[in-house]
Ligand binder design. Structure first.
Ligand SMILES: Cc1cc2nc3c(=O)[nH]c(=O)nc-3n(C[C@H](O)[C@H](O)[C@H](O)COP(=O)(O)OP(=O)(O)OC[C@H]3O[C@@H](n4cnc5c(N)ncnc54)[C@H](O)[C@@H]3O)c2cc1C
Ligand SMILES: *[C@@H]1O[C@H](CO)[C@@H](O)[C@H](O)[C@H]1NC(C)=O
Ligand SMILES: *[C@@H]1O[C@H](CO)[C@@H](O)[C@H](O)[C@H]1NC(C)=O
Length: 420
């Protein structure tokens, strides 16, 4: 089975774009409209990101009113004799300054005012109920995409763990979460994009039209164009979620079970889970960490009583979606799947919630951390793909080795099917 593991954890830094100096007032004279802001608070916001590791001040910030505003700015940059840099910023949740630029202009995609229109086209968001897709502005946050589609009983299929990220921002990466084994990452669930290219042209692209551009922009780290509209695939929204966590002390049993669960991706919905993730617990305190606030009672498990191998435990996290019509069978389906797994007996934690509350789960933790002043702090995070053949070395060397027993950040680990 072709498998790789996605890891999210602490470490890392750097990368800043450099360009030539240009007077932003010159831009205003060149016809980019009055949404170009020199306001110090706009400039400060655009110079920071969630990582709080690098900082770069742009000369100005554009709040686009339309895709054409963006095309106008990029065209001005392309044709300008001195040149200046342009960087799209979604919701600024990068770690290493990926959306920052010095000596240039940051285009603030999320929260941008205005009509989000291309002249002659209908306003976004626009849900196509029969075709099951939605057209959204590139700066739209995923939480707002969800709210728009739920009105029609529909929802996107593939997610990130956290929804206060922009569509353009996650499609420039991949958009990976526990649904990816089944539906692929978010970039595999896009029908079509409108993109402003490096020359300032506004083009529509898809697998059929401007194919190279489409493939380059998806996962293109914002380097191949600016996404102004995305057409995202939808499915009927489930009503509720059964959310389960089970613990392992044996790493090879843990990965074997995770790989088994993602190998079921072609099975009918009743014979597989809808979400497969997992995390590492290197410190007992972390069993109640910021990702755990939905599970009570607090800390019913003592790690020492579980005979943890090298002090490390692994938590498999799975969910089953259901609605009224399948409520009767959900317990049976879950039990049949759990029977195939080799977790520590008596370590099953279950909770049940609305689909939207499951998808938006990290926001609850965000509010908690914000109230303690622990959200706007440096986040030296790192994501890695590790081949299946080396994942047990990674466990020995990193989780049981260099991390020690006192790491307090989240460490996620789950496998992906290469063919998705
Ligand atoms: C709490 C938290 C949880 C996360 N969980 C996950 C997760 O589960 N799965 C996952 O895959 N990722 C996750 N991420 C990472 C996240 O997907 C990326 O950091 C993403 O780029 C952030 O989106 P943003 O809108 O804040 O983008 P920004 O940081 O604003 O921009 C990111 C990159 O995209 C470019 N960009 C932004 N908008 C556009 C656009 N419209 N067109 C072209 N390029 C653009 C920028 O130039 C930059 O290079 C998480 C991040 C955080 C902070
Ligand atoms: C861990 O589980 C594997 C099977 O998945 C088994 O071969 C191995 O002996 C177990 N290790 C320990 C320390 O129990
Ligand atoms: C972590 O704690 C366990 C149990 O106390 C111990 O065996 C192990 O050596 C510790 N690991 C590190 C890296 O300190």
């Amino acid at each position: 089975m072709a498998t790789k593991f996605l890891l999210t954890f602490a470490i890392c830094r750097l990368i800043v774009t450099v360009g030539l100096t240009v007077d932003p007032m010159e831009l205003l004279r060149q016809g980019v409209d009055g949404q170009l802001s020199l306001d110090p608070s706009d400039v400060k916001t655009a110079s920071l990101d969630f990582g709080r590791l690098s900082r770069a001040e742009p000369l100005a910030v554009l709040h686009p009113a339309s895709a054409e505003d963006i095309a106008g700015l990029v065209k001005a940059a392309y044709e300008s004799t001195h040149g200046f840099t342009v960087s799209a910023r979604g919701h600024g949740h990068s770690i290493n300054g990926q959306a920052q630029t010095t000596h240039g202009v940051v285009i603030q995609m999320s929260g941008s005012r205005g009509k989000r229109l291309v002249s002659g086209k209908p306003a976004l968001p626009l849900v196509y109920e029969k075709e099951k897709y939605i057209d959204v502005w590139g700066g739209e946050l995923w939480i707002d995409v969800l709210r728009s589609t739920l009105k029609y009983g529909l929802a996107p299929k593939s997610w990130t763990d956290y929804l206060y990220l922009s569509v353009g921002g996650t499609l420039s990466n991949a958009g990976i979460s526990g649904q990816a084994f089944n539906h692929g990452p978010q970039i595999s669930n896009v029908h079509e994009l409108d993109v402003v290219t490096g020359k300032g042209e506004l083009l529509t692209c898809s697998e059929e039209q401007n194919t190279e551009l489409f493939r380059a922009v998806l996962g293109g780290l914002g380097q191949f164009g600016i996404i102004t509209r995305a057409r995202i695939s939808l499915e009927p929204a489930p009503q509720r979620v059964r959310w389960i966590r089970v613990l392992y002390s044996n790493f090879s049993s843990f990965t074997k079970d995770q790989e088994y669960l993602i190998s079921l991706h072609e099975q009918p919905a009743s014979k597989k889970f809808d979400y497969v993730e997992g995390f590492v617990i290197v410190d007992e305190g972390l069993i109640n960490n910021w990702r755990s606030s939905f599970f009570s009672p607090r800390n019913p498990v003592k790690i020492s009583s579980l005979n943890a191998d090298g002090g490390v435990l692994y938590c498999l996290e799975i969910t089953k979606n259901y609605d009224e019509s399948t409520a009767d069978s959900v317990d049976q389906e879950v039990d049949a799947l759990l029977k195939k797994l080799d977790f520590l007996p008596a370590s099953v934690f279950t909770t049940d919630l609305l689909y939207v509350d499951f998808l938006d789960r990290v926001h609850k933790a965000e509010l908690k951390l914000r109230s303690k002043g622990l959200w706007d702090v440096p986040h030296p995070w790192l994501n890695l793909f590790v081949p299946k053949s080396r994942i047990s070395d990674f466990d020995k060397g990193v989780f049981k080795g260099i991390l020690g027993n006192k790491t307090s950040g989240p460490i996620l680990i789950y496998p992906m099917n290469n063919n998705k």
